[in-house]
Design a protein around this ligand. Sequence first.
Ligand code: C2E
Ligand code: CA
Ligand code: CA
Length: 658
Amino acid sequence: MQIKDTDLKATAVAKAQATNSLQNIALTLLSNVAIAVSLALLLYLEDGGTLIFWWLAAAVAFALFRAWRVLAMKSSGLRESDPHRLLRFLTAMAFASGLLWSVVPLCFGAFLTQQALYCVVFIMAGTTTGAIIQSLAYSSTAIAFGTPLMGATLLRMLMSGSGVSYIIAADVVFLTLMLFRAAILGERNFIASQITAFEATDLAGSLAEANREVLSSNRALEQLVRTDPLTGLANRSHFRDVADAACRSGQGVAFVLFDIDNFKTINDTLGHDAGDRVLAEVADVLRSACQVDDLPVRLGGDEFIVVLQGSAVAARSAAFAEQLTRALSLPLTIAGQPQSISCSIGIAVHLEGDIAVDDLCARADAALYRAKEDGRARTRVFDEQMQTEFALQRRLDLDLPQALARGELHLEFQPQVTMATREVIGFEALLRWRHPSEGMIPPPDIVRAAFRLRLSNKLTAFVAERACAFVRALDASRTPRVKVAVNVSPREFSTHSPARILKDAAERYGVDPRRIEIEITEETMFDPKRCADELRLIHDYGFGLAVDDFGVGHSSIANLLAVELDTIKIDRSFIHDLPASCRNQQLVMAIAAVALPLGHRIIAEGVETEEEARALRSLGCIYGQGWLYGRPMAESDAIAWLARGSDGEAVAVAVSAA
Ligand code: C2E
Ligand code: CA
Ligand code: CA
């Protein structure tokens, strides 16, 4: 119970007093009747008068009337609604009863012997004492009852005129005052104890409430710390806790990892608010696809993951991915426009035993990577083949830092020629790593591992260094001053500036930047807008710029117009069956028609046969690179090869056999 102010406290105390009074009243009335009977008997035996029985009848009737009224009061709920009124009523009843009892000493006393009168005084004092003992919670009823009764007794004693009576009268006064004082003190104690009890309850109540508040703000804080504010989904830290427990449970667990295809384009074209709306909508779709035990999480950006648990996770994760793909294929309304989105999903399932969260995450990541590589908007499940590739990937991740530090990597140089004359115009620097146990590692794998390990800058610095050293070695051998092309991935642009790294190396080696051409190589889309700053630097420092693998779809003709290019390299895949493929011939012709008037050089990659070279030349392509002219060679071999004069197939074959 909360007692807030004095009024409320007074009412609560009155209620307690009323309760106590009502509890005691039955006994009070009963003893009242018993004493009245004994008093009537005493007086009857004393003088044989029967008038006293009329008084007895009145006293019993009034006691019954009080009992009836009290019962009615109890059931009326007055104790709760107005305890003060109830107490006033009880006081009035007690006073009326006191008046009735005062009749005995006043009216019957005159006919009694002195001795009988003393008995009456004794009974009256006893009755009053009894009333006081019964009313320790509320003194007014006892005082209201005792005052007329003791007053009448005192009066009768004074009226009797004897000396003994006066002494007894004095005792009666003293006794009455003591009794009333006891009644008042008793009530005070009762009130004090009640207030202490209320305050204790009050304190306990406030403590409980404070406790509840602390608990609820703790919960709110915890919720905040575990939730992504934009989507309301669990965040990365909550994911870690749940995923950790799931991965250690030894039972089935699956991670369904996905991100929204081309989310950056949505952000760039429709604005960040629209991007946020898309994320919130995706979160809603995700939530409705989840069952109670599944945990949907936003890891950050447009990356989401769902943790599924139980023995049927393999089937459930596949069904889940299907459901998600279907739900997301329905257009969303973003910024008032219907917006179609798709997502790429990677699933990793682990059925038995413990597994580290990071391992399962890496598997889901590998599957997602594969889904994107396969053209996005699809689901890939981590499988055995990925497992093998994944194991290799981990091996490379472990070994690359040391290999780089120990200089275990090297470059090979492949000539680029004027196809008609076989005159060498440059070399392309290609990365090589012969791994002690895994053999030759494909360069794109090295590049990806470096990116994962945030070592791309070191790798590029190594390539820049070796390429510049090669230029210096070429010059020292008095061979023609040809260019050297180095490959650079635009993915690096977000972490460092390859142009700056190359500039540093060129300065250190005293190499003219115009001798270096930077080939922008990328398996994903090459977006000149996002690369603009870096491309400008390349241009400003004086390096040449080439777009690699042209035609495979990532670079577009529009890009050619947007960028200050020197060279376009037509991808190997168009060259291979060029003599037979009309489509590829048309493509080469189209590239030549756009590029040549803009002053761009075209180099055909992967030229293996004379027919390919002839076809290329007839389509307007002048320069070529490929096994027909020369395989990638170690630095010293390339220099020797150039010094001897690039004398055709025989040289290339000899080098490749070496
Ligand atoms: P790319 O830039 O298109 O390099 C040409 C690839 O074609 C090289 O493969 C080369 O060995 C191969 N090639 C050349 N002529 C022929 C031919 O006549 N027939 C056939 N079948 N293949 C030929 P490689 O060395 O395995 O390099 C693969 C890719 O790795 C490169 O493709 C490039 O994208 C990337 N790469 C290589 N070195 C580096 C580097 O230092 N940095 C970066 N970022 N990427 C690199
Ligand atoms: Ca290249
Ligand atoms: Ca290429």
